[in-house]
Design a protein around this ligand. Structure first.
Ligand SMILES: Nc1nc2c(c(=O)[nH]1)N[C@@H](CN(C=O)c1ccc(C(=O)N[C@@H](CCC(=O)O)C(=O)O)cc1)CN2
Length: 285
């Protein structure tokens, strides 16, 4: 039976730390601020942005939601980003994914001041991560949360064989870089990877961010492995589940994240912590 990697409980610890750091900034008359740009009415994104606003308020972080209709044009968003870059009360800017197809996401992300890059998606920050620079610089919040989980539960990384499924800039690429920087031996896979399940069966650490419900079952997992499930899918019965068939895999894994209550809560906690990081870095000069 696996040990549960409880992201919900750990997120509470991270949020308590963040609240203390906000209080220390408030003593210096500084209120950290985050702006979230959201386009359209994707129901899941609406929930996530609302949860972010609520969490920010609880922690004493100023939160601004810039919500635009789905038909917004590129130029208007570029103007909004320029205004937020110049707004001294805003330390962190993020663009909620997914964006509608008519928008050039790369151009928008490149326009964010790298010092206000809440998601760590700006190429300057991605470059620093892949160069394993000492920092400080922001990194994508889900991978940041995963690394905190691995550290908290003392999962050995140096020399471990890690397999990452999915190569997005949101999860796959940055978690592969972070694990590589921690001296794991990382295989980053994608939908064209041949014999994927042969690779997963050799993994000491398996990170699944494929977006495919129950892609991974017991036969795909090395006994004792650490399994991190980044997927999130709503079943017909209304329940949430992941890319990993939890009930099937849990008896053989060494450690496993649940869905819900694993990686998800750590994403928002990491975003709040990163907002305070950005405020400290920018305002300490
Ligand atoms: N610009 C970004 N866009 C998106 C990101 C991101 O990090 N940056 N991540 C996801 C969405 N996301 C945050 O934005 C997110 C998703 C899920 C959760 C979460 O807490 N999930 C809960 C379940 C929630 C539910 O009941 O519906 C859990 O897993 O326990 C937090 C944040 C895509 N877009």
């Amino acid at each position: 039976m696996a040990q549960l990697l409880d992201g919900r409980s750990l997120a509470k610890v991270v949020n308590a730390e963040t609240k203390q750091r906000v209080a220390a900034l408030t003593d210096r008359h500084i209120t950290p601020g985050i702006a979230v740009i959201m386009v359209g009415d994707d129901p899941a994104s609406m929930i996530y942005t609302r949860n972010k606003e609520k969490k920010a308020r609880q922690l004493g972080i100023k939160s601004v939601l810039k919500h635009y209709p789905i038909e917004i044009d590129q130029a208007s968003l570029m103007n909004e980003i320029a205004a937020l870059n110049n707004d001294d009360s805003i330390d962190a800017i993020m663009i909620q994914k997914p964006l509608p197809k008519q928008l050039n996401e790369t151009e928008l992300i490149d326009a964010i001041d790298p010092a206000k890059d809440a998601d760590g998606f700006h190429p300057l920050n991605v470059g620093k991560l892949f160069d394993n620079q000492t920092g400080p610089y922001p990194v994508s919040c889900t991978p940041r949360g995963i690394m905190r989980i691995l550290r908290h539960y003392q999962i050995p990384l140096s020399g471990a064989r890690a397999v990452v499924i999915g190569r997005s800039i949101l999860v796959g690429k940055p978690i592969a870089a972070l694990l590589t920087n921690a001296d794991a031996t990382v295989t980053l896979t994608n939908r064209h990877t041949k014999d994927l399940k042969k690779l997963t069966r050799e993994a000491d650490i398996l990170v699944v961010a494929a977006g495919i419900t129950h892609l991974i079952d017991q036969a795909d997992v090395k006994p004792g492995a650490t399994v991190i499930d980044v997927g999130m899918h709503r079943l017909d019965n209304g329940k949430l589940t992941g890319d990993v068939d939890f009930d099937d895999v849990e008896p053989v894994a060494g450690h496993i994240t649940p869905v819900p209550g694993g990686v998800g809560p750590m994403t928002i906690a990491s975003l709040m912590a990163q907002t305070v990081d950005l405020a400290e870095w920018r305002r300490n000069g």
